[in-house]
Every structure is written in C-alpha cells, then in structure tokens.
Ligand binder design. Structure first.
Ligand code: ZN
Length: 229
C-alpha cells in the first residue's frame, strides 16, 4: 500500500487531487484539519483533550496530532493514505517517519505541486460567483457573457470570497514557502520527492501524479536492490 504526502499551497488543487486518488485508488485522505474537527466532535478521550486545547485557543501538540494519525491509520487497513496538511515541520516529519516505522510501513512518495506564485494569485484573486446560483466566474478567464448578468440564472448579484484577494493569497504563499522548503529538502534527502506542475489543468496534474507514484514505486524497488541489508 502507498503512503504519500501531497504538498502544495492553498489553491494549488490538493483537495481535488486527493479526492481523485480516494475515488480511483481507494486511498484515505488524512487531513489534519478534518481529523481535529472530527476528534473534537467524537467525544473520545483524545477528542476531549483536543477540544479543551482548542477551546483554550492553544495549538494541539505534535504528540496528539501524531496519536490521532496513528488511530486513523488503524482504520485505513491496506488502502493507503494521503497526508494533507501534515507534516508542516521537520519535527512532525520525523514523528511521522517514526510512527510509520513502528507500524512496519514507510512513506512512499512526497508529491510537490509546484505553482507559479503570480499565476496562482491571478487565478484565486480573480474568482467570483453568482450570489444566487453559485455559478463560478473569473475576472480574466470567464466573465458573464452579458456584463453584470449571470449566464446561468440571469441574476445580477455577484459575490467574492473575502479571502480571495491578492494580499491574503500572497501572505499564505509566503507562509507556505517558508514552512515547506525545509520539508522538501528533508524528503529529497530520502529520495522521495516528485514534483508536478500544479498550474496545469486538473487532468494533466492527475496524470503527472499517477506517473510520479508509479515511478516512485519502481525507484523504491531499485534503491532496495542497490543497498543490500
Ligand atoms: Zn446565477
């Protein structure tokens, strides 16, 4: 079974690709944000702990997040996992390596969805939608055929998400690069990094990811053959 990490900034399309891998390969997406929310709502002993920490406005420790991931991996049985949002630091990466090793598993591949920052800003900051039917539009790529009128429902009201503006997207990208670059180096030293062009269209990215996962498998075998013991 395959354990992979998807790395990419918000807006790179990680969620879309993770959903596809779940659908086509039966893999399980382990999104730390979702896991914390679920744990919190579950009322389990660890969930109660998470709730208390989050209610106090504090950060949930790596130890707890790692324990949650361990619990979740128990339910993944042979389906493979996609880590999303974890690890974010070298310490977390080491904790994940340790956790997988304890379970007799390995991390197979780290797929980095590379983006062009300026293009991503343009892609995200230009988004808006019909306030009534939700039809999506874009300042540059998809304007309504009649200015100010929704193609689909004819209404004249449009909305933009507050976060979809240049300042917010640039700040997120900056945080992502600062946080992620060391992780990429960490995994590169383990020979596990594949990069794909996150700016390509969804099906092209999907194809690249599949190739990366296949290539990684083959490379793993080759590496094992080269280093006996
Ligand atoms: Zn509409």
């Amino acid at each position: 079974m395959l354990n992979i990490i998807l790395l990419g900034p918000p807006g790179a399309g990680k969620g879309t690709q993770a959903a596809r891998l779940q659908a086509t390969r039966g893999m399980i997406q382990l999104s730390t944000g979702d896991m914390l929310r679920e744990a919190r709502a579950s009322g389990s002993p660890i969930g109660e702990k998470v709730k208390a920490i989050m209610d106090a406005g504090e950060l949930v420790s790596d130890a707890i997040v790692t324990a949650l991931i361990g619990e979740r991996l128990d339910t993944c049985a042979d389906r493979g996992s996609i880590f999303d949002g974890f690890p974010r630091t070298i310490a977390q990466a080491e904790a994940l390596d340790h956790l997988l090793k304890q379970r007799g598993e390995t991390l197979d591949s780290v797929v980095v969805m590379e983006v062009d920052d300026d293009a991503l800003v343009e892609r995200i900051a230009g988004r808006f939608a019909c306030a009534y039917c939700g039809e999506g539009y874009h300042d540059l790529y998809k304007l309504p055929k009649v200015n100010g009128v929704c193609d689909r429902c004819g209404s004249a009201g449009f909305v933009r998400r507050k976060d979809d503006n240049e300042d917010v997207v640039r700040a997120r990208l900056k945080a992502y690069h600062a946080q992620t670059e060391p992780l990429i180096d960490y995994y590169r030293r383990q020979g596990k990094v594949s990069t794909v062009d996150g700016m390509a269209d969804i099906s092209a990215v999907a194809k690249e990811i599949d190739q990366a996962l296949t290539g990684q498998g083959a490379k793993g075998v080759k590496n094992r053959a080269k280093t006996p013991g």
